[in-house]
Design a protein around this ligand. Structure first.
Ligand code: BG6
Length: 453
């Protein structure tokens, strides 16, 4: 028997991501045969009230496979007896039940709920049938993350704790290490001698929607860079792990993240026009909805190669990509001194298309000797068999299988927050107000540190 207990089950994440992901897993027979899903909330509801709310929020086809597995449980976080009903429901399944507690809650509630679960005996330190999962963001800065983590370590062993960064569940993010280490052609040129620069760009078309409450105290740097973009950077730049397992991969990521450095002027923060009028946003807010950084990695593989990271809301399109620009080489320049050649470029396409493309030079067909750029494209959408699973499907399944590879270990979180705190304290200025992506790009290009990006 496996029981998922999900706190925050009346929130957007539950409706938009977790329920559809569990539904797909069930549809494809990936969930253990006797799985139950306990949906925890503070409202005085029963299961039929909950299902009515789900029906309002989610298209019925997205939960049809799991509808009968859902059960609503009220938990009052502030009362000593608040966990009794939950405890009764979980214990009624017998001793060997696999228990997965998922906290789709703001980080300020993590210690309280973790404490409640522990003090009520729902999850014991070191109990190998019980795991606890935390949604990002894990804290708001290094100090608060430390505080949360200290509390969690009182109650659980590190290997019971799963910290989510949903980008790690995306197909192409998982593919970065394969692309690098299963293809000799890339790995031997993956260094400062051959690579000019690396750009990690995550653009979103929409604004902050109804998330003013959360977003205004966080901003793009802490919402996106601390987690998703730094994970993308770590996987792109880390040394080869000794083995393809959680321990070796996380060790290399941490060691890479510790080597990041940036100059004070190499951060550009901006806010979209109209942001201050969004619901629950302060009228004098300086929160950034766009941020660009140029960072360096202080080691012999990468010295002097700029890594650009850029992310923002209200851009022209939704897209996430890692772009590796290779250097030109002297042989080519000498052989074709009169031709303007493009440099090789490898693009890892994370969203909306998933795949890899490589730009190279070829001779134009026909009688001339003109050299033109051409792209080799691999696209998951076209070339993969069946549907590409959603990030949360993969992550939930890995939790069931007790595989921690796609989750962030405490020292990764600690290292990234240390870096982000440095950026927040030293580099952020009054935000530039942008009207559009084009306006931003023009402004960035006028700044010397970004004009080659
Ligand atoms: C979340 C951020 O972690 O990632 C959101 O909190 C952001 O602000 C989202 O919109 C982007 O994820 P995806 O998968 O849509 O690129």
């Amino acid at each position: 028997m496996t029981v998922f207990t999900i706190f925050g089950s009346t929130g957007d994440l539950m409706y938009n991501k977790l329920l559809p992901a569990l539904n797909n897993l069930q549809k494809n027979n990936h969930l253990p045969g006797d799985t139950k899903i306990l949906c925890v909330g503070r409202r005085d509801w029963d299961t039929s009230d909950y299902l009515a709310a789900v029906d309002e929020a989610v298209d019925s086809s997205k939960i049809s496979e799991i509808r009968t597995m859902l059960e609503y449980v009220k938990v009052s976080l502030d009362e000593a007896s608040g966990y009794d009903a939950l405890k009764g429901k979980i214990e009624s399944n017998g001793e060997n039940t696999e228990k997965i507690f998922y906290l789709a809650l703001p980080p300020s509630l993590f210690p309280k709920v973790a404490g409640g679960l522990s003090q009520n005996g729902l999850i014991k330190k070191g109990e190998n049938t019980a795991r606890i999962v935390f949604e990002k963001p894990f804290g708001e800065d290094l100090e608060s993350a430390h505080e949360i983590n200290r509390t969690l370590w009182n109650y659980f062993e590190e290997d019971q704790i799963y910290r989510i960064d949903h980008y790690l569940g995306k197909e192409m993010i998982q593919n970065i290490l394969t692309l690098r280490f299963a293809n000799r052609i890339f790995e031997s040129d993956w260094n400062k001698d051959s690579i000019e620069k690396v750009s990690i760009i995550v653009k979103e078309k929409h604004g902050i929607d109804n998330r003013g409450n959360y977003y205004d105290s966080i901003g793009a740097l802490r919402d996106m860079v601390q987690s998703h973009l730094l994970q993308m950077l770590a996987l792109t730049a880390m040394e080869a792990p000794r083995a393809f397992n959680a321990q070796s991969i996380r060790k290399e990521k941490v060691s890479l993240l510790k080597k990041l450095s940036l100059e004070k002027g190499d951060v550009f923060n901006a806010q979209y026009q109209g942001y201050k009028a969004e619901p629950k946003v302060r009228k004098d807010s300086r929160t950034e909805t766009f941020v660009a950084l140029k960072v360096f990695i202080d080691d012999s593989r990468w010295r002097d190669v700029p890594f650009y990271m850029m992310t923002g809301k209200k851009m022209n399109e939704k897209s996430s990509e890692i772009i590796i620009d290779f250097k030109e080489n002297d042989v080519t320049k000498n052989l074709w001194p009169d031709q303007k050649l493009t440099h090789n470029q490898l693009v890892v396409k994370v969203a909306p298309d998933e795949g890899v493309s490589f730009r190279m030079n070829v001779k134009e067909t026909g009688l001339s000797n003109k050299i033109i750029p051409s792209r080799m494209d691999y696209s998951h959408g076209k070339d993969a068999f069946g549907n590409v699973p959603e990030a949360y499907e993969k992550l939930l399944l890995e939790i069931v299988k007790k595989n921690a590879l796609l989750f962030t270990r405490w020292d990764e979180i600690e290292t990234t927050w240390r870096f982000i705190d440095q950026v927040t304290n030293r580099c952020m200025k009054a935000p530039y107000i942008y009207e559009s992506e084009d306006d931003l790009i023009k402004t960035l290009q006028e700044r010397s540190e970004y004009n080659d990006s």
